[in-house]
Design a protein around this ligand. Structure first.
Ligand SMILES: O=C(O)CCC(=O)C(=O)O
Ligand SMILES: [Fe+2]
Length: 769
């Protein structure tokens, strides 16, 4: 980039950027006193940044005041250095408040102050909703009429709540009509009240309660002990409030120290009148309340932005189309806020929601734009004279009024319409050829790509599967269809290895003599594995003639009583390297004789088949190879990942991930806009957000490949990685309750002897008749 001594409206800050910990707000605070600015630009990983002033006069004023003189923080070693530049890379954030998404209406002064108070008082926060758990950060939520469930992103339409919408809201229709906005045909039957509370407000409230002890100047042993105990008590009270993230005493104490510093800095800044643009508040309610606690103390200034994670927000989402009608209304009470609207094409528009205003999201704004509140301490807002200023955030309460939709949505905004997506994905894979193509692209090819990483992440056998394996009588022949890396090998009870017997024509005789098997007919050589009569197409061959000649030890026999197969060559190789008897085949056509297995298992396999007909065929194949009386265990992924209020380990893993990842970058409630087009061939298949409840039955589940060879421990936590890594999409059909059982019952010659739910899976044990 060329640098000029000539004054330009673009100014580069040479020694402060994202890489040095600079925050957008700091850059604005720094430059706003010198005139209007059109934007700031901060590039990832860079230690410099840019400010775009409205004109050269503002830019030169800023240059004169800041360059070589002003420090960002008093603790910084040196001042900031600026330079004029002729242009800057494209601005990724401008505060364009002139445009709104089509269909968005903002009615300012919608309620009076008295009405605001009466609405706020109408909410009883003592009763909470059942499904919220820990998921909402710095946000308390209460539902009326119907509960909106953040795990399914939908409402339970058959179970209205006992509490209807408070009567304090009754004025709504009349008021809309008075404002010439007759947009509602009936009174909404669902209300969500969001209480956004910055963590610091709660902390200040609690410190205030224990102020006499916490701020006591005495430092004798007794006082220190009393302070420590008080902080522990305060911690318990803080953590018992449902809307904040749990903190340790140490974290809270540090948080308070930071707050004190930032409040003092705000005060000292105010004294030197750094803010000259007007419009915004310099000292927040929070700063004032902290200052009142520590009025007599002076400490050095520090970075006021280092308690970021305490800010509230709501991740980008489109309110689920199938859950609610158009429009959606949101009444803003308390602190004003900036809400961001985003279109899939990249357009982003901030909308300032003033206190007591009503936001109406209709048509395109309701269906095609996501809305969010970015977690931050302050917003950049327009002033009446057209410039920008900073506005600190305080406590905010919003009332979102919605009408529950009956039936499916039939909007024209398909990209974000769950009804449309669901409908499409059902239609699409009814055809067998397409199903084959889908499995080939989004199952077979993916497993070949991820085989080694997949294998690294599969170690621990699931206890109930293991019980099945171990329950088979001594010497039973078990076939593992879709055996992956063979994690269930080595648990069957056989005595072949011990005696170096071979499973061949003498097998039957031996086992019968030893009383290990009951009397039933098998061919002398029970398997066709690597059968010399069909070397090439052995796994497509089904009708095997009885064997005439058996070549013992000529690879037409097995030495183990547990054999497996998998569609992935990569995984077969992993098993073979471990010495397991495994071959490559498709589960729709097993290269095995009929009636040869005492046990059969298929763990997490048939949910990769794209039509019901194909899933039935896979079960039929298993039944075919089982001997009469033989049993098969089948596991598939359940659509419902929570049963009897207990989350599956798949969902629970998310909490662990969240602790490991930067929570700011990973919103804590689910983004239901995730119906992105990932597959060119299957554009309408929705993409699942890992570690969340399933919303569709047919979907693509991302697999993030581990970055270059990591240790085993690291790779097992692959989905918690925050790095950019190649992602593959596996097709799944997740099963509804009863679906697997019904499917198995439709297979002739077998009956379901047990059906159960196990850690997010539906499971069936079948017995061949
Ligand atoms: O707080 C708001 O104004 C919006 C809340 C919201 O978008 C929601 O609950 O879906
Ligand atoms: Fe919303």
């Amino acid at each position: 980039m060329l640098r000029y001594n000539r004054i330009c409206k673009y100014v580069m800050v040479a020694n402060a950027g994202l890489a040095t910990g600079l925050q957008q707000e700091q850059l604005l605070e720094l430059s706003l006193p010198y005139g209007q600015i059109d934007g700031v630009l901060m590039l990832p990983g860079k230690s410099y940044s840019f400010i775009v002033f409205k004109d050269e006069t503002c830019a030169s004023k800023a240059y004169a005041a800041i360059h070589g003189k002003m420090k960002l923080n008093s603790t910084d070693s040196g001042p900031l250095y600026l330079a004029f530049t002729e242009k800057v890379p494209e601005i990724n954030h401008s505060w364009n408040y002139d445009h709104k998404p089509p269909g968005l209406i903002l009615l300012e002064h919608f309620v009076t102050e008295e009405e605001e108070n009466s609405l706020l008082n109408s909410i009883d926060w003592n009763t909470t909703d059942s499904h919220l758990g820990q998921s909402l950060k710095h946000r308390k939520v209460k539902h009326y009429g119907y509960e909106f469930r953040y795990d399914t992103n939908n409402v339970d339409k058959d179970n209205p709540l006992s509490e209807g919408i408070p009567s304090e809201c009754n004025f709504l229709l009349e008021r809309l009509s008075a404002r010439n906005c007759n947009i509602l045909s009936s009174f909404p039957n669902q209300l969500t009240v969001n209480h956004y509370q910055p963590g610091q407000e709660l902390l200040i409230e609690l410190v205030n309660k224990y102020k006499e002890i916490i701020e006591c100047k005495k430092t004798d042993g007794l006082k220190i002990k009393e302070k420590d105990e008080t902080w522990d008590k305060l911690r318990d009270e803080y953590n018992s409030n449902g809307s904040v993230t749990s903190r340790t005493t140490k974290q809270l104490r540090q948080f308070y120290v930071n707050l004190k510093r930032s409040a003092k800095k705000a005060r000292s800044d105010e004294r030197v009148e750094r803010y000259k643009t007007g419009g915004g508040q310099c000292t927040t309610k929070v700063d004032e309340s902290v200052l009142s606690l520590i009025e007599d103390q002076i400490e050095p200034n520090s970075n006021p932005f280092d308690c970021d994670s305490e800010y509230y927000g709501i991740p980008p989402h489109v309110d689920t189309h199938s859950a609610f009608e158009d429009p959606i209304l949101s009444l803003s009470l308390g602190s004003p806020i900036v809400m961001e609207f985003r279109h899939k094409d990249g357009r982003t528009l901030p909308v300032l929601l003033p206190q007591r205003s009503l936001l109406v999201m209709s048509e395109e704004a309701r269906y095609a734009w996501s809305h969010s509140i970015t977690p931050r301490k302050m917003d950049i807002v327009p002033t009446p004279n057209g410039s920008l200023t900073i506005q600190h955030r305080g406590e905010r309460v919003s009332f979102t009024f919605r009408c529950i939709r009956k039936g499916e949505c039939n909007c024209i905004y398909h990209e974000r319409c769950d009804s449309y997506q669901r409908n499409c994905s059902n239609i699409q894979i009814k055809n067998d050829a397409l199903a084959e193509r889908l499995e080939s692209l989004h199952v077979h090819e993916v497993y070949e790509e991820i085989a080694s990483h997949f294998s690294d992440t599969r170690h621990k056998p699931w206890p109930n599967v293991l019980s099945f394996v171990e329950s088979l009588p001594l010497g039973s022949m078990l076939v593992d269809v879709g055996c992956g890396n063979g994690k269930y090998f080595g648990f069957t009870r056989g005595i072949f290895e011990e005696h170096n017997w071979q499973v061949c024509d003498d097998f039957k005789v031996l086992t019968m003599l030893l009383g290990q098997q009951s009397a039933f007919t098998k061919f002398p050589c029970i398997l066709c594995l690597r059968d010399v009569r069909a070397r090439i197409d052995h796994w497509t061959m089904k009708d095997w003639p009885p064997r005439q000649n058996l070549e013992v030890s000529c690879k037409n026999v097995v030495r183990q009583n547990h054999i497996g197969c998998d569609r992935s060559l990569g995984l077969v190789k992993v098993c073979q390297d471990r010495g397991f008897e495994v071959f490559n085949c498709n589960c729709l056509s097993l290269p095995l004789r009929s009636n040869i297995a005492d046990g059969c298992m298929s763990i997490a396999v048939i949910h990769h088949l794209a039509t019901e007909e194909r899933r039935v065929r896979a079960v039929e194949e298993m039944v075919r190879i089982l001997r009469p009386g033989g049993r098969a265990l089948i596991y598939v992924w359940a659509k419902d990942q929570e049963r009897h209020k207990t989350q599956s380990s798949y969902l629970r893993q998310d909490r662990k991930n969240r602790r490991e990842c930067d929570e700011q970058k990973h919103p804590v409630i689910q983004d239901n806009t995730n119906t992105n087009v990932i597959s060119k061939d299957f554009p309408s298949l929705p993409v699942h957000t890992n570690r969340t409840q399933f919303q569709y039955q047919d979907l693509l589940v991302p697999w993030k490949l581990k970055p270059e060879q990591k240790s085993e421990v690291e790779s097992r936590t692959k989905e918690s990685s925050c790095e950019e890594v190649p992602t593959f999409y596996r097709y799944y059909h997740v099963f509804e309750e009863g679906e697997l059982e019904q499917l198995c019952q439709s297979v002739e010659g077998a009956c379901v002897s047990r059906s159960y739910y196990d850690q997010g899976n539906w499971c069936v044990i079948l017995e061949k008749q």
